[in-house]
Design a protein around this ligand. Structure first.
Ligand code: NAD
Length: 456
């Protein structure tokens, strides 16, 4: 049995049955049978189940938000935001899936006709993270299902109750049990999934696990997609319209969801001309955040989901201060029960410090002063990750010069820490391989078949 604890008060929420290697094989067998019929259905019929699922999620949002908050420590308002926000994937599929999955017929060469068919991969494995289980889950399993695949969905062990609740609503919406199965457990069952025969692996999680998965499954010669971590930079130029607004937005980008977003702002560079003013407003904003019980509607900073993260954050603070950083706020966990870490601001930081190089994934930020755009670009690019990069600035040309220089899957001008279904979500280097969302995000779950024919 797997025990699920509330990370904000350490109480046991539930004990649930984990999958075993045998139950995984049984589910895989079922999914293989189910996929054959599922693929035969019209896209519109598959889509109908997804739309129904979307409705059911909204009808049950109070229960779902409560479950999400109880197992992850996410403030309740942010749980509502996530569940409501993820619905844009459902709308996006409603508006586009049939068009994207239709055959592309081409008048071909030498009196032939040619077409591209988009066939499903088959049975795919979706191994997922806990930080935004609706967003990152929908990006994979909704698109995979609409494209005609069956899915073995392994929610994180830190969001397993949410995973089971999602599964229940998918079944109520008409997705057959032999087309979608929830695989319950931690990395042990995840490892068993790598050893089983899936026709595609879609992973969201950390770089070390992603690298391990890539190494393990590459001999299978099936598609592998990895949506991994980041160390996303934000540069505040000296021409921003209002430094205060820039500081408020930067703080939200760094501290929303307790900094546990793959695209959270993880390091900030500020032009020297506005540096002092920016830091003042930033500190004032973060000092105003309400920290505490995630169930309270007023809370902005809840508990961290994983206890182990407290040590990592403390190490980053100690490493930075031992190398000369100034601790402006926070710096340690809060006394009492639960995985609470005080929102932490470090200034006088540099790239010798872990906090500016390694993913923090928590409520901690380093702010570094820069003299000009060239220095900012060099620092922003000094990373092994490549998820997102942002610039707050007024002059478009100047902002775009910086953004063009970034080797990241996403760039933002005057916004940050956001995902939209209209554009691909992808990482470069240690941030991953492949893309979800947009038309590319549905193509990820299909394989092309080229069809040539001649009228005789
Ligand atoms: P994690 O790598 O610890 O775990 C992710 C999943 O992998 C879990 O379901 C876990 O049980 C499973 N797993 C662990 N060991 C495994 C193994 N040997 N074989 C197969 N599966 C195994 O990551 P996490 O803590 O759940 O998520 C946080 C990380 O995810 C952060 O680095 C964050 O940046 C990243 N993330 C990225 C995106 C993105 O879209 N790029 C989105 C959300 C989170």
């Amino acid at each position: 049995m797997m025990n699920i604890y509330n990370p904000s008060n350490e109480q046991l929420l539930k004990s649930i049955q984990e999958d075993s290697a045998q139950s995984l094989q049984d589910k895989l067998h079922q999914l293989r049978q189910g996929q054959i019929q599922w693929e035969q259905k019209a896209v519109a019929d598959r889509l109908e189940c997804i739309l129904k699922f979307g409705e059911l999620v909204q009808e049950n949002i109070d229960d779902l938000a409560r479950i999400l908050t109880s197992e992850t420590g996410k403030p309740i308002q942010q749980s509502y935001n996530e569940i409501r926000g993820a619905h844009n994937r459902v709308e996006h599929l409603k508006n586009n899936a049939e068009k994207w999955l239709a055959d592309n017929v081409i008048e071909g060469l030498e009196g032939t006709y040619e077409k591209i068919m988009h066939e499903p991969l088959g049975v795919v494995a979706n191994i997922s993270a806990w930080n935004f289980p609706y967003n990152v889950g929908y990006n994979v399993f909704l698109y995979a299902l609409v494209a005609g695949n069956s899915v073995a969905y392994k929610p994180s062990e830190f969001a397993a109750l949410t995973g089971l609740a999602i599964t229940d609503l998918l079944y109520k919406a008409g997705i057959p049990k032999d087309v979608f199965q929830c695989i319950v457990g931690d990395g042990t069952i995840g490892q068993a999934m790598l050893e089983a025969d899936f026709e595609g692996y879609f992973f969201t999680g950390s770089y070390p696990t992603g690298l391990h998965i890539l190494k393990e499954v590459s001999p299978k010669m099936v598609p592998v997609q990895l949506e991994l971590g980041g160390k996303d930079p934000l540069y505040i130029m000296d021409d921003v319209k209002e430094v205060k607004v820039a500081a408020i937005n930067a703080a939200e980008g760094a501290f929303y969801n307790n900094g546990q977003s793959c695209c959270a702002v993880e390091r900030i560079y500020v032009h020297e001309k506005i540096y002092n003013e920016f830091v003042e407003y930033f500190l004032e904003e973060v000092e105003g955040y309400v920290i505490g019980d995630p169930v309270s509607e007023k809370t902005f900073i809840g508990s961290l989901t994983r206890k182990g993260q407290l040590n990592l954050l403390r190490n980053q603070v100690n490493d930075a201060t031992s190398k000369g950083a100034k601790l402006l706020l926070g710096g340690d966990e809060l006394a009492g029960k639960g995985n609470f870490f005080a929102p932490t601001i470090l200034t006088e930081v540099n790239h010798e410090m872990l906090v500016m190089k390694e993913e923090s994934f928590g409520p901690i930020i380093g702010i570094q002063k820069v003299n000009n755009d060239e220095e900012a670009i060099a620092l922003m690019k000094d990373t092994e990750y490549g998820l997102t990069a942002a610039v707050f600035a007024t002059a478009q040309q100047r902002a775009e010069k910086v953004l063009k220089a970034m080797n990241t899957g996403t760039v933002y001008w005057n916004c940050c820490d956001r995902v939209s279904p209209n554009v691909p979500w992808s990482g470069r280097n240690k941030s991953g391989v492949g893309a979800t969302l947009s038309s590319q995000g549905i193509r990820a779950f299909t394989q092309p078949k080229a069809y040539h024919w001649r009228e005789v």
